[in-house]
Design a protein around this ligand. Structure first.
Ligand code: FES
Ligand code: FES
Length: 152
């Protein structure tokens, strides 16, 4: 089947099997390996990307379902320099192994686009689908709140 998508502002046209998951299409067909696979079953959030501006778990979307869509992945966040959210993750020690970080960043970026000054509670709700095995979550929540306040 044919898929035509724009990813991080660049257009890609590819033939894919009907069963190809979006996460594998991004990682293996487009070499955009910043999007991680933690569970492949929609549980961990490591594979979160934006599909037409909405945060989705790309292991739960078929590549063909993304046909015609604009996709943003973690590679698309930083242009010449890191975003305030990325800087806040560094400054607040919001990552350890970093495996969950691409998904956390994409979920939090979607939150900040809708709600530029989220509370701790807002952040916890927005990130409830993203699992981190290292940090205990608090520094991640603190970083997203700080990025929203523009203090990062
Ligand atoms: Fe998609 Fe875990 S790999 S939710
Ligand atoms: Fe290791 Fe989150 S920093 S899983």
């Amino acid at each position: 089947m044919f898929v035509d998508v724009v990813v991080n502002g660049e257009r890609y046209e590819r033939e894919v099997s009907a069963r190809r998951l979006l996460v594998h299409f991004l990682r293996d067909d487009l070499d955009l390996t910043g999007t991680h696979v933690g569970c492949d079953t929609g549980s961990c959030g490591a594979c979160t990307v934006h599909l037409d501006g909405v945060a989705v778990k790309s292991c739960s979307v078929l590549a063909v379902q993304a046909h015609g869509a604009e996709i943003a992945t973690v590679e698309g966040l930083a242009q010449d320099e890191q975003t305030p959210l990325q800087r806040a993750f560094t400054e607040h020690h919001a990552l350890q192994c970093g495996y969950c970080t691409p998904g956390m960043l994409m979920s939090a970026t979607a939150l900040l686009a809708q709600n530029p000054t989220p509370t701790e509670e807002d952040v916890k709700i927005a990130l409830q689908g993203n699992i981190c095995r290292c940090t205990g979550y608090w520094n991640i929540v603190e970083a997203v709140v700080a990025a929203g306040k523009g203090s990062a």
